[in-house]
Design a protein around this ligand. Structure first.
Ligand code: SPD
Length: 299
């Protein structure tokens, strides 16, 4: 784990459930919502918490870290999906690693060209409680015949899947600690690259350039090594540490993800709250100066 990743001592939900607040505590800052816990349990992998909040409706935390909430999840799910799905040469077969709340699958399946989507989530309780407590996030994806849900290890899945078996691979994991740690290393990214068909696109959440600065830089650098190029895109996820978030895209044949295909974009833009081709252009351009310098080899 990088020095910028959360340590068990530095992160966790507020210790006082009667306070009327649910917080992620990270590096001396609390990221909280007025609300209360409605379900909590330890799965074999992590502590799973469902909360009810005034501002954003019901939400999900894993090991005390915010994952999603009903009334702001679009900031994240539209951003991780549409740059990839609007630009890959084909989108018949999509793989999502993680994403057990169903939001990423839902956005992918809004593209009529997707014929088959493998969703591989390690924690069955995340899926079960998302379906039960946060049904709007997965929405129609859960009953879509194109979706094949596997509760299993995404790292093993990418190791074992055949070469060139997907058009798009999306990694919707949590922070690089606990079960998600192996979703940020070279071996994993090399397998993701191997799975892509010609013209395929890879996407991953790549942490905050502020709260997880080193993890963010390391992730973009590693993807550039593995794919030859990769580009981070910046946006906001209000409850996440610093609120400032990133997603990084790579492709086999150059940065095709920078240019959404008009016919794909038209099919989804009207149903989006945040993403549009224009928003995407700005979000790739919004690379902070310090990240641009660091990636260019400067300080
Ligand atoms: N710091 C939280 C990072 C979590 C990224 N994944 C969120 C899952 C939403 N589907």
């Amino acid at each position: 784990m990088s020095s910028s990743a959360p340590s068990p001592e530095a992160s966790g939900r507020s210790a006082d459930p009667s306070s009327g607040w649910v917080d992620e505590i990270f590096d001396g800052v609390r990221y909280g919502l007025a609300g209360h816990v409605i379900a909590e349990a330890h799965s074999p992998f992590q502590r799973v918490t469902i909360i009810e909040s005034e501002r954003y409706g019901r939400g999900l935390l894993l090991d005390g870290c915010w994952m999603t909430a009903e009334r702001q999840e679009r900031h994240y799910h539209e951003a991780i999906v549409h740059p990839a799905l609007c630009a890959a040469a084909a989108i018949e077969r999509v793989l999502v690693i993680g994403g057990g709340d169903g939001g990423t699958a839902r956005e992918c399946l809004r593209h009529p060209g997707v014929q088959h989507l493998d969703l591989v989530e390690i924690d069955g309780l995340v899926v079960e409680w998302s379906q039960k407590h946060l049904p709007s996030i997965g929405g129609p994806a859960w009953s879509d015949p194109r979706l094949r849900l596997t509760v299993g290890d995404g790292i093993a899945w990418v190791r074992e899947a055949a070469d060139a078996s997907y058009d798009v691979v999306i990694v919707d994991g949590s922070d690089p600690a606990g079960p998600a740690e192996g979703l940020f290393n070279q071996a994993f990214f090399e397998h993701c690259r191997r799975l892509l068909r010609p013209g395929g696109v890879f996407a991953t959440q790549s942490e905050s350039p502020e709260a997880f600065r080193q993890v963010h830089l390391d992730t973009v650098r590693l993807l550039r090594e593995v794919f030859g190029h990769a580009d981070p895109m910046y946006g906001w996820v209000p409850m996440y540490p610093s609120g400032w978030w990133s997603w990084t895209f790579a492709a086999l044949d150059g940065p095709r993800y920078l240019n959404p295909l008009p016919e794909r974009a038209v099919a989804v833009t009207a149903g989006c709250e945040i993403w549009s081709p224009r928003w995407q252009r700005g979000a790739f351009e919004a690379i902070p100066a310090f990240v641009e310098r660091a990636l260019a080899g400067g300080a």
